[in-house]
Design a protein around this ligand. Structure first.
Ligand code: FAD
Length: 477
């Protein structure tokens, strides 16, 4: 948007604030500034930290590329890849490496590599796990019963543990579903909603009666333009490349860093924000792209009911701990993409990724990068230790679980406090109620991982759709 148009927009009164510069807020702002100039919008984006990206953060240390938060994009959901194409960074998309693929599960005291070649989507992994010695023979038979047991009553929602327990048996939940859930949601299968995390499973049962039968028909790869990609991909210089590419396209917006929004007040038909610096800008429309409890705080004064619903969305904290090694000291022990740990094993990490094996170019030729995953519902107390302790704990775990005894060249700790939303049973209804309540409030919108989808593709899609809803709504002057 040109300076003249921004001035015109201010005159016409359609001024939009996006609060939160994570991927959802950036995607929303990008959609807004992509409107033709004559739409007469001015866009301000407020970010509390000194940088954009939220939990997407890439650090470059001595030739190593450290994706401190998310490290992979699911290709089966196309929104993030489509955005990369629009932003001109499609050639920067890199697939997972083929040479040393596969995941192991730590079960009954040892790492058990899972057979590869059944597709790397986690849907399929369930059945790969079944043939890997991870579960008992009794459990394998119980899992196979999924082929013949009836659909059963269709519940509105239920926990992942109840759903998978019914279809595959409880040992499969403890030894297979639980570690996968910890890897993706940092969560507890007894509390997480099947309908808000993996609705595809109940849909499979409704359609084909059986998960196993449905898996035979499921796609095994994603697409970007004409390229076929494996289930996960990343960007050559880490996921921050997506944030940088978005920022470069936001010249039409005013970006305010170190600008925490501390309150939001309804004034006439618009909104007044108060920022940490004490400024009080006014807007006709606001998109909140912050975690749900923060949105709840901001809305608590003027919209207490919707704020209470938002405040009930539970968050947990997680952490990533990186180690750089000399490659020849670890390569023979660190095989595949890494391993996951079921909570019943009682370990202090949830899993580890051998980043060097997973993506090209993440370490120097003679180096090796590993990352441990801690926190969430099950190892929350570990995250409270200081950095030195956390590094010691992770090193002990890597030694005991994977036999990695080498001294790291460096270690790095990242903590993501209250950054992992938990879609507990009933989440979909809560999200609908929030949407319904906001539908009656002109000019106020919410997006972000707390509401309609957690992964990067979901946040990109929801951020853009939210901006489009704003553009289609009647301006509030
Ligand atoms: C450790 C970890 C690993 C993950 N791994 C993957 C993965 O591999 N693949 C995947 O697809 N997804 C992954 N996810 C999930 C995904 O990364 C996130 O759900 C998504 O990036 C969240 O984006 P967001 O914009 O909704 O929120 P955030 O990234 O949390 O952004 C919210 C922003 O709002 C800002 N903010 C907060 N309060 C205020 C305020 N008052 N005023 C102004 N600004 C404020 C924050 O500083 C932040 O920048 C992972 C998440 C974590 C934490």
């Amino acid at each position: 948007m040109s300076v003249e148009n921004a001035a015109e927009a201010t005159r016409s009164g359609r001024r939009v604030a996006v609060v939160g510069g994570g991927i959802a807020g950036l995607a929303a702002a990008y959609e807004l500034v992509s409107e033709p100039d004559d739409a007469g919008l001015s866009v301000d984006l407020y970010e509390a930290r000194e940088r954009l990206g939220g939990v997407i953060r890439t650090d470059y240390v001595d030739g190593y590329v450290l994706d401190a938060g998310p490290d992979a994009i699911l290709t089966l959901k196309p929104a993030a890849l489509e955005l990369c194409r629009e932003l001109g960074i499609e050639d920067e998309i890199i697939p997972t490496r083929d040479e040393d693929r596969g995941v192991a599960l730590y079960s009954r005291g040892k790492l058990r590599p899972l057979p590869y070649g059944t597709g790397s989507s986690w849907l399929r992994k369930i059945f790969a796990y079944a043939s890997s010695g991870v579960v008992s023979w009794r459990s394998k038979l119980r899992m196979a019963a999924d082929l013949v047991i009836p659909r059963g009553p269709q519940a509105d929602d239920e926990s992942m543990a109840d759903f998978f327990g019914r279809r595959l048996g409880h040992e499969a939940v403890d030894r297979i579903v639980d570690p996968l859930i910890a890897g993706i949601y940092s969560g507890d299968p007894d509390r997480l909603s099947i309908m808000s995390t993996f609705p595809r499973f109940p849909q499979m049962v409704a359609r084909n009666r059986s998960i196993l039968l449905s898996l035979l028909k499921a796609p095994q790869s994603g697409r970007s333009g004409t390229r076929t990609l494996p289930v996960f991909c990343s960007l050559r210089r880490g996921l921050a490349q997506l944030v940088e590419a978005l920022e470069a396209r936001l010249q039409g917006a005013a970006i305010h860093l170190n600008a925490r929004v501390e309150s939001l007040t309804r004034v006439g038909s618009g909104y007044e924000l108060r920022t940490a610096s004490g400024s009080r800008p006014s807007y006709s429309e606001v998109i909140l792209a912050v975690p749900a409890p923060i949105a709840a705080d901001l809305l608590g004064g003027d919209f207490p009911e919707v704020a209470a619903r938002m405040a009930s969305i539970r968050y947990v904290s997680s952490g990533t701990v990186f180690f750089a090694y000399r490659r020849d000291e670890v390569a023979d022990r660190a095989r595949g993409y890494g391993f996951l740990v079921p909570s019943r094993e009682g370990r202090r990490i949830n899993g580890a990724t051998w980043i060097t094996n997973k993506f090209e170019g993440r370490s120097p030729e003679d180096g090796f990068l590993a990352r441990c995953f801690v926190g969430g519902d099950r190892t929350a107390e570990v995250l409270e230790r200081d950095d030195a302790d956390l590094i010691r704990i992770c090193r002990d775990e890597l030694r005991e679980i994977a036999g990695i005894d080498a001294d790291p060249l460096f270690g790095r700790v990242y903590r993501w406090r209250s950054s992992n939303p938990q879609y507990d049973v009933g989440h979909a209804r809560r999200a609908e109620e929030i949407d319904a309540a906001l539908a009656g409030v002109p000019g106020l919108f919410v997006t972000g991982s707390g509401f309609r989808g957690i992964g990067i593709p979901d946040c990109v899609k929801d951020g853009r759709e939210t901006a489009r809803r704003l553009l289609q709504s009647t301006p509030t002057h």
